[in-house]
Ligand binder design. Structure first.
Ligand SMILES: Cc1cc2nc3c(=O)[nH]c(=O)nc-3n(C[C@H](O)[C@H](O)[C@H](O)COP(=O)(O)O)c2cc1C
Length: 221
């Protein structure tokens, strides 16, 4: 079987699940995500790509009804999702990046790959130079962009597992920071993702996807 043929079923699976996915407005409250699936979903976050591999983020998984209810009060626009989803993942980006943080990453790299710290100093200095050359605002924008990549990966991984999601920016980030104690850790809430299983009552699941035609947005040159 050549490469083309061996990809046929995975291509079908990916396109089918990407079409199946939609921004779910109402979940079936009785259905909960299995522990093993949740593990794969959190791994999709941990394994996400980031610039230099610096992983400028943290993720909070709200699982208890009590926590979801607290967060729901800070997301009135998206209340129904907080009340019915199995889990809510809060995506937070790093607001500052110190040389010590870069060093902690270099330390993990050295241990993981068995490379002496001395061999990683040039790489370390490039990263420190980059992050120190940015204003606080530019740094926060940079880390936010990367955190959104992780969010995209999470949504796709969930779809592959037949798990529904809704990305949500319609939340009060400052209140989330306060409820979750994020500011003290140097992170800030960007968005949240509701995860679970669509309710039969969510009529949007049968609505057609609204997308521009491929030739309007994709150019192969
Ligand atoms: C960054 C981001 C923020 C979003 N915020 C919300 C939100 O707060 N509430 C909501 O119901 N949908 C939200 N959505 C879902 C979009 O409205 C939805 O993805 C879009 O209309 C396309 O529809 P589809 O995902 O069903 O294909 C958000 C999507 C993204 C990517």
């Amino acid at each position: 079987m050549n490469q083309h043929d061996s990809n046929e079923s995975i291509r079908h699976q990916i396109e089918s699940q990407l079409n199946w996915r939609y921004a779910t407005k109402l979940f079936d409250k009785s259905k909960k995500i299995l522990e093993a699936d949740l593990h794969t979903l959190t791994e999709s976050l941990r394994l996400s790509a980031s610039s230099f591999g610096l992983q400028p983020w943290c993720f909070v998984v709200a699982q208890s009804e009590d926590m979801k209810a607290k967060l729901s009060a800070a997301a009135p626009m998206n209340k129904a999702k907080f009340e019915t989803a199995s889990h809510i993942v809060i995506m937070a980006n790093k607001k500052t990046m110190t040389p010590e943080y870069v060093d902690s990453y270099i330390q993990v790299m050295s241990e993981t790959r068995g490379v002496p710290l001395s061999a990683l100093q040039d790489f370390r200095n490039i990263m420190v130079h980059k992050v120190q050359g940015m204003t606080a605002e530019a740094l926060a924008q940079w880390t936010a962009r990367q955190t959104y990549i992780a969010m995209g990966g999470l949504i796709t991984a969930a779809a592959m597992l037949g798990i529904d999601t809704c990305a949500m920016e319609g939340i009060d980030a400052a209140q989330f920071d306060q409820i979750l104690g994020l500011t003290a850790t140097g992170h800030g809430t960007l968005a949240a993702v509701a995860l679970g299983y669509r309710s039969a009552e969510d009529t949007l699941q049968s609505a057609k996807k609204v997308r521009f035609a491929a030739d309007q947005i994709i150019r192969i040159v």
